[in-house]
Ligand binder design. Structure first.
Ligand SMILES: [Zn+2]
Length: 249
């Protein structure tokens, strides 16, 4: 079986047996995969286990048939993003980010830019003030959608490309994947979300701005609520998944 060495981020860890775990992880050079970490709950093991999600490290694993579990052979932990476990807003942000990655990133599809985005976001969430967590989380979400090819600019109609007035409220169709003009407003193609001009401007800003700027943004409950609805509808549309952590962000 081919053996790989890659930076990995653990997304979910579950017990497999008395002594072993199954780990869902994102490998920078390989993509998302599930690994058996044999003996990870024993006293002495090559992973410093038991393994916990949101651990970053350099891993060695063997990968056989894509339908079978890979085997984690070694893991050298480099970061655990402790701040994510200490602060509730950061915890919910990282939980939502993890759900999005597991729902939208395909198996065994190498996406180094997605990997770097998740690690950067975890780093920022772990260190940031609690009030910045919402902005960081939504900035992550819009950037992830864009990297996966689902992003759409908010100043043009997703159907006819007509420019939209950025000082006016926008109507957003998760079914079509972007804002729509009045002429293109779909009939029966899923729900339309109404975004205030402020929310649409904030979404565009978070998708694009330097992280230092993003960290200074304080999203109001109302603005975050509109973003949450669009994000939840997009995840449902793209992956048929409900985002359990969305209502806490
Ligand atoms: Zn249109």
């Amino acid at each position: 079986m081919p053996v790989y060495k890659s930076m990995v981020l653990l997304l979910r860890c579950r017990d497999w047996s008395e002594t072993s775990q199954v780990v869902e992880l994102l490998a920078r050079e390989v993509g998302r995969l599930r690994c058996l970490a044999k003996g990870s709950k024993r006293g002495q093991n090559p992973f410093s286990g038991p393994l916990d999600r949101w651990t970053l490290g350099e891993a060695v694993f063997s990968l056989g048939h894509p339908d079978r579990l890979a085997t984690l052979m070694e893991l050298y932990e480099t970061d655990r993003f402790d701040g994510l476990r200490r602060k509730l807003p950061a915890f919910y942000g990282a939980s939502l980010a993890t759900e999005l990655v597991m729902a939208l990133v395909p198996d065994l599809d190498p996406q180094p830019a997605v990997f770097d985005l998740v690690v950067r976001t975890f780093d920022l969430l772990a260190e940031a003030e609690a009030e910045a967590s919402r902005a960081l989380t939504f900035a992550f979400a819009w950037r992830l959608l864009a990297l996966l090819g689902y992003g759409h600019r908010l100043d043009r109609c997703v159907e006819c490309d007509r420019p939209l007035d950025t000082d006016k409220p926008r109507e957003y169709s998760a079914g079509l994947g972007g804002p729509v003009c009045l002429q293109c407003r779909p009939e029966g193609k899923g729900k339309i979300h109404h975004l205030t001009a402020k929310t649409a401007q904030a979404m565009a800003f978070l998708a694009d701005a330097d992280w230092r700027e993003v960290r200074r943004v304080r999203l109001s409950r109302g603005t975050a609520g509109q973003m949450r609805d669009v994000l939840a509808a997009s995840a449902a549309e793209l992956a048929g998944k409900e985002l359990a952590a969305a209502r806490y962000v």
